[in-house]
Design a binder for this molecule. Structure first.
Ligand SMILES: *Cc1c(COP(=O)(O)O)cnc(C)c1O
Length: 495
């Protein structure tokens, strides 16, 4: 399987090159030259497999140059052993009214980013070898919370990689900070930046574009790389859990062979729901893709009107991992919906860069609306949904997942479509204790890590082990730098 750019169809790269590069030289996103189709019997075949075996089955046709035994080894280090606290890795939880919750937060950091970031480092490390790259990859990440910790856990002690994460000193929760500064591993670093997330992000971008840094690192045997969600190596592992969820429903007799389901995804950068689209294209029986946004509803408007317009107020919500105005992975969707018209994609992206907006033609808009339903949810509705799910079904969900449940309900009310629906749950409620407790009507809240036990005591739901362990952990990383001084911790780490 070769890879091409969404802005230049004639470009060709191997899978390993696509993963090493991350982004095409023209700024486009690297995408498979053809989407493989699963055989008609695939769901039956995969039904009795472990999650790790399903990974190998699904990834094989995308990764020429990777043997099945290599992929088996990566799947087992990524998802096997004690890495995930649930034997199914991505279990499906049955709820009332033909709804199911796909829990993607049983990994080491309790958020769905683990699903991709446990796998990407293995794919990257192997790809470096296949491309005969002698230098070590230095992964730089600016994080507003979830991604940094998931990347640290994923890259920890992976061959030919080092990772340094920058987070805004006052821009992450106590628990998120503690998760990062207690990180273990011989190839990791964590550094706070005075300022907000944008300052950290801008600082990282500046390091990436500095010629001086590139030369300096090259001399030391390193090159800079990123782990962001547009890397194909992050999208690919996400396709697996949609097929896996379907197999589980089939296995439990919840759906008949070939029966369609709907998928509802709380969406930010459009990576997760894009993976659901790819699963559908490959042959997983999915009818509608339901795109759920919080108050930053740029995607809701886009799907409903065909106009993408980032010129709007940015809101800080209680589902912060979806506080995004530019959904980068949407570019891959435009590429497919336009019949792979690279020139058109280039044109839309140029308009987005210049004016912050573009309007797609009617053909693309109608395909978009056939495939997707879009809705959004404000913080008050998010809180109400958390409370309602707990009261009516004794099921505890985090704010991101609540956004999705709210939008599923709106979809059903709107369309009368009662197709069995899988709602994607992207974080453990314990990662967002304060919002969840507030939703449950608890005003007096404990501080720091003690809030974890408070939520557990009130609900009877146990604290996930990786978070419970934080309490006695040693704070290993204490460095704080000014935003203009972010190059020095990089150079210190790569001495
Ligand atoms: C990253 C994230 C999302 C958004 O996923 P995208 O792939 O960016 O659409 C949703 N929920 C949580 C908890 C996340 O960490």
């Amino acid at each position: 399987m070769n890879y091409l750019s969404t802005r230049e169809k004639d470009l060709r790269m191997s899978a390993a090159q696509a993963i090493v590069k991350g982004l095409a030289p023209d700024g486009g996103l690297l995408t498979p030259a053809v989407l493989p189709r699963l055989p008609a019997s695939a769901m039956e075949t995969m039904k009795d497999m472990s999650y790790q075996q399903r990974v190998v089955y699904m990834l094989n046709s995308f990764l020429d140059g990777f043997s099945s035994s290599e992929l088996t080894a990566y799947a087992s280090s990524a998802y096997g052993g004690q890495k995930f606290s649930h034997p199914d890795v991505a279990p499906v939880h049955k709820l009332d009214h033909g709804a199911y919750c796909l829990e993607l937060w049983h990994g080491p950091t309790c958020a769905f980013k683990d699903m991709a970031l446990q796998m990407l480092p293995h794919l990257l490390s192997a790809s470096l070898n296949k491309c005969d790259e002698k230098k070590t990859a230095c992964i730089l990440v600016a994080t507003s919370g979830d991604t940094g910790k998931a990347a640290l856990e994923g890259f920890r002690d992976v061959d030919k990689t080092k990772i340094l994460v920058f987070y805004p000193k006052d821009g992450v929760s106590d628990i998120q900070e503690l998760q990062m500064v207690t990180q273990e591993g011989g190839n990791v670093g964590v550094c706070a930046v005075t300022g907000n997330f944008d300052d950290a992000q801008t600082g990282v971008k500046r390091i990436f574009s500095s010629q001086g840094m590139a030369v300096e690192l090259e001399e030391r045997g390193y090159f800079l790389s990123s782990a962001n969600s547009i890397n194909w190596g992050r999208v690919l592992p996400q396709i697996v859990y949609y097929a896996s969820a379907y197999c589980d429903l089939l296995k439990k007799g919840e759906v008949d062979r070939g029966q369609e389901i709907n998928i509802c995804v709380p969406t930010g950068n459009f990576g997760n729901i894009l993976a659901a689209y790819y699963a559908r294209e490959m042959g997983v029986p999915i009818k509608k893709l339901i795109c759920a946004s919080n108050q930053n509803n740029v995607l809701t408007d886009f799907i409903n009107t065909g106009i993408y317009d980032r010129n709007r107020t940015f809101y800080n919500t209680i589902s912060p991992s979806m506080d995004i105005l530019i959904s980068s992975n949407l570019e891959r969707m435009l590429f497919e919906l336009s019949g792979r018209d690279d020139k058109l994609v280039r044109d839309y992206m140029a308009q987005l860069g210049e004016h912050g907006s573009y309007r797609v033609g009617t053909a693309i808009r109608s395909k978009l609306q056939q495939l997707f339903y879009a809705g959004c949810c404000d913080d008050r509705q998010t809180m109400e949904t958390i409370a309602k799910m707990w009261k009516e079904q004794e099921y505890l969900i985090d704010p991101h997942t609540a956004v999705a449940f709210h939008v599923l309900e709106a979809y059903r009310a709107d369309t009368g479509d009662e197709t069995p629906a899988v709602v994607v749950s992207t974080a453990s409620p314990f990662k967002f204790c304060s919002s969840v407790l507030t939703a449950l009507g608890v005003r007096e809240q404990r501080s720091g890590v003690d809030i974890l036990e408070q939520l557990a005591e009130i609900t009877g739901v146990p604290v996930p082990a990786p978070l419970a362990r934080l309490k006695n952990r040693h704070r290993r990383f204490t460095q704080v730098v000014e935003k203009d001084d972010m190059a020095s911790p990089v150079l210190d780490m790569l001495k």
